[in-house]
Ligand binder design. Structure first.
Ligand code: GLN
Ligand code: ZN
Length: 784
């Protein structure tokens, strides 16, 4: 093995530990079982292990300050002292409990995982900061909150502390900072007139100070992340970048800044980026391989280019020979000391180590690379580019072999699926009649009252339900006993729904672990890991399914459960499915076919299920598309294409039924103003959405001329344990009736109830039915 290498970097590593050590340490601290010192010692251990692992694998630009106890945006807020008043910080060092109060509220209630992007108030105590998605990933960050006249101060020296910590262990690291412009743009203010960007002059001195201290302590390179550079930017933002980086170059002329961009192409921001007085520029060549030529053409010859060629967002093994074909000419042209090789973005978004997956099919496993394997790929590329391919011939050969077997494997390629997908016609995505005709027919069959009541699908996942599932998974509870238990729970939920007078019932989803995993496990083309955890937010991690091959549905997935549930009642029982776009957006997806093609395959599989439910007698089928909106591309110009195939996929799965079958959908948000045409084009007979927290304001998008179909604007905020009173819900329904036709309105909570307790759900739904009845009687009087 040659020691000659180009500089190689991960840009950042997973923080959670291969055995979820961080989660264990956090939860033990939060529950009072261990001390702050214990927590900090565990965290230091994870950092040391990360540095050691990268060093051993041949990473040369090892990051520090990529670690976080909770979230790196929150860390940045704490670093610059942007701590809202309610957290009671009086200056000085920021206490750990203040940090966690910002992260999760002071009562120890974690933000609700079901729907991000809102404040999560607790009746007493301090609410957490708002949380929302980090660009187009499934990682969520804590939104910085600014006031007008916001002051900044260096309140935490975490970047320096961790640089010194690594140095003491013998690692010379490249500290990572979230750049000031992206940081401000990720934040918001209660004061709508405050543009966070105007706070830049106040913020910059804090950054200058931390850079000064890093330089004074021996840092030569600092990585500054400005992912905002892949977004549509206005001139003010571009100017802000010039001001910020101009100031850094002036204040610290010898410190080399690697400005990192990721999650897309620089596009129309390329000129701005290459003109900044920086030493290095990182570009994402996985998401935007096509930008390489433009970057090479425009980058000044003195600029070090960091080429992000190993996918930090997905789990596929790279084809090293292919990459070298692209990289060698670049190195030849720019010189060994002006090129670095890196992951496309931080490895935060992939699981840690494939070697832990002892249960995966060995062939599939040979096609994958998690963070540790990606580090190895990076090091191999660095050596091949500096020392020649021969120095790493074996690794290159192994990766080529994996690429070949994957490209031809019957596990991946199913001719029947390919033929079926290719044969899709426009008619397949078209209901037999338009909404008005369907509506009339459905109404005559279903005979529902006005303001019909229903719920979104799940009922509380009680400790008993979770215990039974775990026992069944361990093999301690026999399948027949588990099944009997689930039937009992389902029947009880149905009896109770009948008792309180709901019009359209659900079976409660007690048999489901997760709304995507449940389907992925029954579809071919998906695989599941044992330890492939990825941080979703704070101490919440998810194990996304791996979509590796053509998708088909070997057998009905939900029909037996639906049949059982319907057999318990005379009332209509909704079939309950997860939609293709949501299954796609919450999985690691194939990189060998376009997302649109994979989505269409899933849509056809779900379509089979929809048709089987109809055959079994279901009159209503709900297809949840919780993640449709969050899949929107970062650049506006790409929205149309995404929405076209996403909507087509939904229609494809929903349109195989007769006019009398009522298709419902549900989405966990309601900010649809900018995409309402696409939502309307889905043509679901009924859509249920969130709106209770915005007091129906968000319904504006759905005013009848823009959205003719039925709508259930959530009247009960399931993200809070509070039980809404009847009057609160009638008030919301009145507001809805001002905007929508009465015949359009359904009455339902704003999301599934699985995270709530029965003690909360019972009185809330009793009140919800009473509210609907009150509106009904008022409406009947008005009609007389
Ligand atoms: N049917 C699902 C449930 O009720 C929907 C969940 C969601 O939209 N996040 O749990
Ligand atoms: Zn929801």
């Amino acid at each position: 093995m040659s020691s000659l290498t180009l500089p190689v970097s991960t840009l950042g590593t997973p923080r959670i530990g291969p055995r979820r050590e961080l989660k264990t340490a956090l939860e033990s601290y939060w529950s009072g079982q261990s001390s702050a010192d214990d927590l900090l010692a565990s965290a230091a251990g994870l950092r040391a292990a990360n540095w050691a692992r990268q060093h051993a694998l041949g990473i040369t630009s090892i990051p520090s300050n990529d670690f976080s106890l909770y979230d790196h945006v929150l860390d940045t807020s704490v670093m610059v002292g942007a701590i809202p008043e309610i957290y009671g910080w009086k200056g000085g060092e920021v206490p750990l409990d203040t940090y966690f109060a910002m992260a999760r509220g002071s009562q120890g209630h974690a933000p609700d995982p079901a729907c991000a992007g809102h404040h999560h108030h607790d009746a007493s105590g301090v609410p957490a900061l708002e949380m929302t998605k980090w660009f187009d990933t499934n990682y969520h960050y804590m939104v910085p909150e600014f006031t007008s006249g916001q002051r900044f101060t260096l309140a935490s020296t975490k970047p320096l502390d961790e640089f010194l910590e690594a140095k003491a262990l013998g690692y010379h690291t490249r500290p990572v900072l979230l750049g000031p412009v992206s940081y401000l743009k990720l934040g918001k203010s209660q004061d709508p007139t405050l543009d966070p960007l105007t706070l830049l002059p106040a913020l910059l001195p804090v950054y200058v100070e931390i850079l000064r201290r890093l330089a004074a302590n021996g840092a030569d390179w600092v990585q500054i992340d400005e992912p905002c550079l892949v977004l549509d930017l206005d001139d003010a933002t571009r100017q802000a970048l010039r001001v910020a980086y101009g100031m850094f170059a002036y204040a610290q002329p010898r410190l080399k800044l690697m400005l990192t961009t990721y999650f897309g192409a620089l596009g129309d921001n390329l000129d701005t980026a290459v003109e900044l007085p920086i030493a290095g520029l990182h570009v994402d060549l996985v998401r935007a391989p096509e930008q390489l030529d433009a970057v090479l053409a425009k980058a000044p010859s003195g600029l070090v280019l960091s080429l992000g060629v190993i996918n930090g967002r997905n789990i596929w093994r790279a084809n090293l020979a292919d990459l070298l074909d692209r990289l060698e000419p670049v190195v030849a042209r720019r010189g060994l000391d002006h090129v670095q090789i890196a992951a496309s973005c931080s490895l935060l978004h992939v699981p840690i180590d494939l070697e832990q997956e002892t249960g995966l099919d060995p062939e599939l496993k040979s096609w994958l690379a998690f963070a540790v394997q990606k580090m190895d790929e990076l090091a191999t590329l660095g050596r091949a580019l500096a020392g020649g391919r021969a120095s790493v011939a074996q690794a290159i050969g192994a990766s080529a072999l994996a690429a070949t077997t994957r490209a031809t494997s019957p596990k991946v390629h199913d001719a029947a699926v390919a033929a079926r997908t290719a044969a899709v016609t426009a008619e397949l995505a078209q209901r037999q009649s338009g909404f008005a005709d369907r509506h009339a027919l459905q109404q005559s069959v279903l005979d529902l009252p006005v303001f019909p009541t229903t719920t979104i699908g799940s009922f509380p996942q009680t400790p008993e339900v979770r215990k039974a599932r775990a026992a069944h998974a361990k093999g301690v509870l026999a399948p027949a006993d588990y099944e009997a238990f689930l039937r009992q729970e389902t029947e009880a939920a149905i009896r109770w729904q009948e008792e309180i007078g709901l019009d359209v019932l659900v079976h409660g989803e007690f048999e489901r672990n997760d709304m995507v995993q449940y389907f992925g496990e029954q579809l071919s083309g998906f695989a599941f890991t044992k330890s492939g955890w990825v941080q979703s937010y704070g101490s919440r991690y998810v194990r996304p399914p791996i979509l590796f091959g053509d998708v088909s549905r070997p057998e009905p997935m939900t029909v037996e459960w639906w049949r059982y549930a319907q057999s318990c009642t005379e009332k209509p029982m909704k079939g309950m499915l997860t939609g293709p776009v949501t299954i796609l957006n919450w999985s690691f997806v194939r990189d060998d076919v376009p997302r649109s093609v994979a989505c269409r395959q899933i849509a056809l599989a779900i379509r089979d299920e929809v048709q089987d439910l109809e055959k079994a007698g279901a009159q209503m089928i709900q297809i949840d598309e919780a993640a449709l909106r969050e899949g929107l591309p970062l650049r506006r110009g790409e929205w149309g294409h995404y929405l076209d195939w996403a909507v087509e996929s939904f229609r494809l799965c929903a349109s195989g039924v007769g006019d009398a079958t009522q298709i419902h959908t549900h989405m966990c948000y309601s900010e649809f103003n900018d995409i309402i045409e696409a939502i309307a084009a889905m043509d679901a007979d009924v859509i249920s959405i969130e709106t209770s927290r915005s007091k129906m304001e968000l319904l504006e998008a759905f005013v009848s001329d823009r959205y003719p179909n039925d709508i259930g604007p959530g009247v009960y905020d399931i993200h809070s344990p509070r039980v809404p009173a009847v009057a609160e819900m009638t008030e919301l329904l009145d507001k809805a009736a001002e905007r929508l036709a009465v015949s359009q309105i359904w009455v339902n909570p704003d999301c599934g109830l699985k995270t709530r307790k029965w003690d909360e759900v019972r009185p809330a739904l009793v009140n919800m039915v009473a509210a609907a009845k009150e509106l009904r009687s008022r409406f009947a009087e008005a009609a007389e």
